[in-house]
Design a protein around this ligand. Structure first.
Ligand code: BTN
Length: 320
């Protein structure tokens, strides 16, 4: 993969010699890349090349974008393929890895999304990033962290010149109504003692057209063509580490104004899907703990979880 990443032709014998494998093994490796969704051209007499060059993950290039938080990154693992970067880091956490351990993979075979969904993770196209952090107090202190993570991501994108991305409660990032990134937090530990959080982030950067993920999607390269995956990874880590170093002391409070500024559904008629029922109302932002405020027939109600979608025929409801 590294040798093919430049998008130029490489003969089977050159690839085989470089990797110390037979031409048959090269052929098998090429078939594996194709099965992961990479278009590989094969031309007799010239060899193989990727239809589109790929910018592989690179620790040095990622590190170059950590301008304020590099001291907080304790370890960075770049994996070619893993089932889930979140699962990988949860396990590393159980083995005692310290705060600031990050992991990125070129592809995931069992990427996890929120609410038990899969996260489609094509090879070399997007970002699959997880970051572990330890907190001294129990999970109750983490209310609102996932919302702050989404806001830190919006900051990171702005720092790269990417404007126009907003948030859908609790932590989806949308551009022009379509999902560009999602967040999955996995917390383990005692209810009132120390706990570890693995923050998992999936960002669509260069999705292949036609990729089916079960909901409308957009990618960052549509907003900013030529965007570097390593730059996005570095900028995200920089903002996330800065957030994590302060969240224990501040909670969500310093982020509330920022939420209001990018809250895409504020004042709109929505349906909140809960496990066994739906609630219809007008979204009225969040409270200080990050709970969703819904104006319903019974007045303002607050919710800690659920899936929000715009109600069919929504026009902007009155401000309030
Ligand atoms: C969502 O459903 O919106 C959350 C998606 C989170 C996906 C990321 S990709 C990196 C990390 N590893 C996983 O298995 N999931 C998260």
């Amino acid at each position: 993969m590294t040798r093919l990443a430049d998008g130029k032709f490489h003969s089977g014998s050159e690839l085989g010699a470089g990797l110390g494998i037979t031409r048959g093994a090269v052929w098998n490796a090429i078939r594996k890349l194709s099965s992961r969704g990479l278009a590989v051209e094969s031309v007799p007499g010239r060899g193989y090349r990727l239809a589109q060059p790929v910018e592989l993950l690179d620790a040095e290039r990622i590190g170059g974008h950590l301008v304020k938080s590099s001291h907080l990154l304790s370890r960075l693992d770049l994996l070619f393929e893993v089932d889930s970067t979140n699962r990988y880091l949860v396990q590393q956490g159980m083995a005692g890895t310290p705060s600031g351990h990050a992991c990125l993979a070129e592809t995931q075979t069992a990427g996890r999304g929120r609410r038990g969904r899969d996260w489609v993770s094509p090879l070399g196209a997007n970002l699959y990033l997880s970051l572990l952090w330890r907190f001294n107090d129990g999970p109750a202190r983490l209310a609102g962290l996932s919302l702050a993570v989404a806001l830190a991501m919006v900051r990171a994108f702005r720092g790269l010149g990417i404007e126009g991305i907003g948030v859908k409660w609790p932590n989806d990032l949308l551009w022009q109504g379509k999902k560009v990134a999602g967040v999955l937090l996995e917390v383990s530990g005692e209810s009132s003692g120390p706990c570890q959080v693995v923050i998992g982030i999936g960002v669509n950067i260069g999705m292949r057209p036609g990729t089916e993920v079960g909901q409308p999607w957009a990618d960052l390269q549509a907003i900013q063509p030529g965007l570097s995956r390593n730059a996005v990874a570095g900028a995200l880590l920089d903002e996330l580490l800065a957030l994590l170093a302060t969240f224990d002391a501040t909670g969500l409070r310093p982020w509330l104004d920022e939420w209001r500024a990018v809250d895409l559904y504020a004042g709109r008629r929505v349906v909140l899907l809960l496990h066994h029922r739906e609630v219809i109302g007008i979204a009225r932002g969040i409270d200080a703990d990050g709970l969703l405020r819904l104006e319903t027939a019974e007045g303002i109600q607050r919710f800690a979880s659920g899936e929000v979608s715009l109600r069919g025929g929504d026009d902007h409801a009155a401000a309030g």
